[in-house]
Ligand binder design. Structure first.
Ligand SMILES: CC(=O)N[C@H]1[C@@H](OP(=O)(O)OP(=O)(O)OC[C@H]2O[C@@H](n3ccc(=O)[nH]c3=O)[C@H](O)[C@@H]2O)O[C@H](CO)[C@@H](O)[C@@H]1O[C@H](C)C(=O)N[C@@H](C)C(=O)N[C@H](CCC(=O)O)C(=O)O
Ligand SMILES: Nc1ncnc2c1ncn2[C@@H]1O[C@H](COP(=O)(O)OP(=O)(O)OP(=O)(O)O)[C@@H](O)[C@H]1O
Ligand SMILES: N[C@H](CCC[C@H](N)C(=O)O)C(=O)O
Ligand SMILES: [Mg+2]
Length: 491
């Protein structure tokens, strides 16, 4: 594609010379350049990509997109206000607007994005619709899994992935949309047909300055729904009516709205919820349909919210209600979300990705609803992430579990002892808890002391198969460590 053809999708830019090279690829990393590429300089959080312009030209770039003057080695330089956002628009054009050729469902919210997106993908593929998925655990194209670096990848990766999906015949794609991605404009250019909101509680206050800014970032998914519109295409916001933030999203979205809820009157509702240690049942109310009983294999009131969000999105996508219900009833769970580690021991071990105050509280309250033995919570907090959630999470663990064990999550560049100190700030001086900084030892301690009917919650890392200590990424999987520890005591 010629440079000027590519640039025609931008509202505004300036070009320093009247040249029009052929562009065969778009790149944002000077170390991974191809011949005849357009190099996009990004001022990042750790590096300024503008300093690599000359290196990029030496490595094959024939044009540069930047926010300021660069050492360009003679190639055309395009100046725009914001290169990350321009990259999203250009990538969408370069790959032929792939999301305009499929039904795209985006999910945002503090908790439940991964779970809800996996449920939707299951319902869609059970309905024999070729499906794609992008999120925290992986990217899936018609069931085949690929690695991703971010929950919501950078636009360049994203549009290339959608192009691959389109080429492979994907008709419906579902993706998690993180607040970071919205803030950085990674999903500008995505033609969302349905935008789903799960809930908003505290997280990521290391990145967003306060809850209002965090909510504003989330609201962009809904306010930008009208940015790409072709007459006749479905555009809808699916909002949790029991969460206050939905009021703001209702105001900013230009699209049709479908609400779901348990407590407040909503379009799609769950009533008469019953929870046991194996699942959750409820009566489902959907407009134009008789009330229906749904038996989920997923546990907790929060699982009902995820189910309602998924049912609402699939209902709007035109999948028959019978089909939706039979699929959702067959969902066995999502890796690392309330996943039990079972070696036929007489106590229960649950690995769960609760790394926010709200998710930890929900999971512990859910466990309390069916526990007959002692509840032990193993909890840590990530380094280089929202520090203000540390004392809150520690307080919740002490308050709701019978025994709280504080340990390390991914300390990253921080001192694990300092993170544990921050956690301790949240508990009363006379409260009882145990500190075991080494995560493996913490898990082994809890398992070797478990008695019949006890429940051990290993929170925070869910599906993760690594632990980041300093700059090292070490093999670590809570499920495997727990399984080995159970094996050890059964010998
Ligand atoms: C804070 C943040 O969002 N960082 C993201 C950001 O990195 P950055 O701005 O630091 O990039 P940088 O290293 O400064 O580099 C700037 C530019 O220079 C270029 N460069 C750099 C070196 C070089 O030699 N040559 C070169 O060209 C880089 O390719 C880049 O274009 O841009 C990168 C590329 O897209 C992201 O991978 C990276 O995510 C990091 C890994 C991250 O941890 N992000 C988290 C905070 C995040 O986004 N999380 C959310 C999920 C949260 C949730 O689910 O709860 C997510 O969507 O994943
Ligand atoms: N609807 C919900 N409300 C509150 N907590 C939830 C909900 N759904 C799941 N959780 C809890 O949050 C944890 C993370 O769930 P999930 O991975 O689905 O969320 P996410 O939004 O994708 O998180 P992340 O932003 O880290 O990717 C789960 O392990 C569970 O403890
Ligand atoms: N997407 C989340 C993941 C946190 C997972 C937890 N294990 C940690 O490392 O803090 C974040 O980046 O905040
Ligand atoms: Mg996720």
């Amino acid at each position: 594609m010629k440079l000027k053809t590519l640039l025609s999708s931008l509202l505004h830019y300036s070009l320093n010379k009247d040249e029009n090279p052929e562009i065969d690829s778009i790149e944002m990393d000077s170390r991974r350049l191809q011949k005849n590429s357009l190099f996009i300089c990004i001022e990042g959080f750790t590096m300024d990509g503008h300093q690599f312009a000359k290196q990029a030209v030496q490595n094959g770039a024939v044009a540069i997109l930047a926010e300021k003057e660069v050492d360009n080695a003679g190639v055309p330089v395009v100046i725009v206000n914001d290169t990350r956002r321009a990259m999203a628009i250009l990538s969408d054009s370069f790959y032929g607007h792939p999301t305009q050729h499929m039904h795209l469902i985006g999910i945002t919210g503090t908790n439940g994005k991964t779970t809800t997106s996996h449920i939707i993908e299951k319902i869609v593929s059970d309905a024999n619709v070729p499906s794609g998925l992008i999120g925290t655990i992986d990217m899936k194209i018609k069931g085949k899994s690929y690695k991703v670096a971010n929950t919501t990848p950078e636009s360049l990766f994203l549009q290339k992935a959608f192009y691959q999906m389109k080429e492979e015949g994907v008709k419906t794609a579902v993706m998690e949309v993180s607040s970071h991605a919205l803030d950085q404009g990674r999903v500008r250019g995505c033609d969302f047909n349905i935008a789903v909101f799960t809930n908003l509680t505290q997280d990521h206050l290391d990145y967003h300055r306060n809850m209002d800014e965090y909510m504003y970032a989330k609201s962009l998914l809904f306010s930008q729904m009208g940015n790409v519109y072709k007459e006749g295409t479905m555009k809808a916001a699916v909002l949790n009516n029991d969460d206050q933030a939905s009021t703001a999203f209702k105001r900013v979205t230009p699209s049709q709205i479908l609400t779901y809820g348990i407590d407040n009157k909503s379009d799609i509702m769950a009533k008469d919820i019953t929870i046991n240690s194996r699942g959750t049942s409820f009566l489902l109310q959907v407009p134009g349909h008789e009330e229906r009983k749904v038996d989920l294999n997923l546990i907790g009131k929060f699982s009902v919210y995820n189910a309602l969000a998924a049912i609402s999105a699939c209902f709007l996508s035109g999948i028959a209600l019978d089909q939706i219900i039979s699929s959702i009833e067959s969902v066995r769970g999502v890796p690392g979300r309330f996943e039990t580690v079972d070696a036929e021991q007489d106590f229960t071990v649950i690995v769960d990705y609760s790394h926010t105050p709200d998710s930890l509280e929900n999971v512990l309250r859910t466990i309390k609803e069916f526990a007959s033995g002692k509840i032990t919570a193993i909890v840590g907090c990530g380094g280089d992430r929202d520090k203000s959630k540390r004392p809150i999470m520690a307080g919740i663990a002490v308050q709701l579990a019978d025994e709280a064990v504080f340990t390390s999550d991914n300390p990253r560049s921080e001192d694990p002892a300092a993170i544990l100190k921050d956690m301790e700030e949240g508990v009363d001086k006379d409260a009882e808890y145990r500190i075991i900084p080494d995560r493996k030892e913490a898990i082994e301690y809890a398992i070797s002391n478990a008695k019949k009917d006890d429940i051990i919650l290993i929170a925070g890392k869910g599906h993760e198969t690594y632990q980041i200590i300093g700059s090292e990424v070490l093999d670590f999987d809570d499920r495997k460590v727990a399984m080995d520890a159970i094996g050890g005591i059964k010998k």
